[in-house]
Design a protein around this ligand. Sequence first.
Ligand code: ZN
Length: 107
Amino acid sequence: MSHAHATFVFEDRVLFGEYNGTSDVMLPLMFDTKKGVSDHWRKQEWKDCDCGNDPVPCAAHTDYGGGFWWIGEACLVCRVFVGPKMPFDYDVDYVDAADPPKADVLR
Ligand SMILES: [Zn+2]
């Protein structure tokens, strides 16, 4: 279980992804459903934003290691989490694994 589920919380929606706990890195692909995540699970697909639009803030949460989250940015056009992808270079907040933060953390 070195990979874990991720949730990306935006002002107006929630998207889902995959966290690589071995490398402690958030994989960038974001999906509307957990089924979408399952279809791409452990494929190590990598995509960067290349559209030139400004990213928007989101809270990135994973249930890995008991659960934690941090504030990052994502591109909703490219459907990728921009970063920071390696949270331990950054500040994280620990929460319950099953309890992603609410959108009010973005305000
Ligand atoms: Zn983009």
